[in-house]
Design a protein around this ligand. Structure first.
Ligand code: ZN
Length: 89
């Protein structure tokens, strides 16, 4: 599902998974194209697995997938994969 708002602003519903074990972590509403560098907490629409260990966000397998911040999760590249309704142009 891709939603087009206004003048070409695209929203993508992404499913974030652990790269190591493929466990579903959360669903994230991303605005626009480009890489997922951070996940803003207010745009995380559903949480499947999200554990906080100190300042780290960890998967159930123990892999660190991000770093916790007050309003967002800074994602660790290569520690997660995502799929979903990414536009093919
Ligand atoms: Zn995992």
């Amino acid at each position: 599902m891709t939603i087009r708002i206004g003048f070409g602003i695209l929203l993508f519903m992404l499913l974030i998974r652990c790269a190591a074990c493929k466990t579903k972590l959360w669903k994230y509403e991303k605005i626009g194209h480009g890489e997922v560098l951070v996940c803003h907490k207010k745009r995380i629409t559903r949480i499947f697995n999200l554990q906080v260990s100190g300042e780290n966000i960890v998967c159930t397998c123990g892999k660190i997938v991000g770093v916790d911040n007050p309003t967002f999760i800074k994602m660790i590249q290569n520690a997660f994969v995502y799929s979903g309704t990414k536009s093919k142009g």
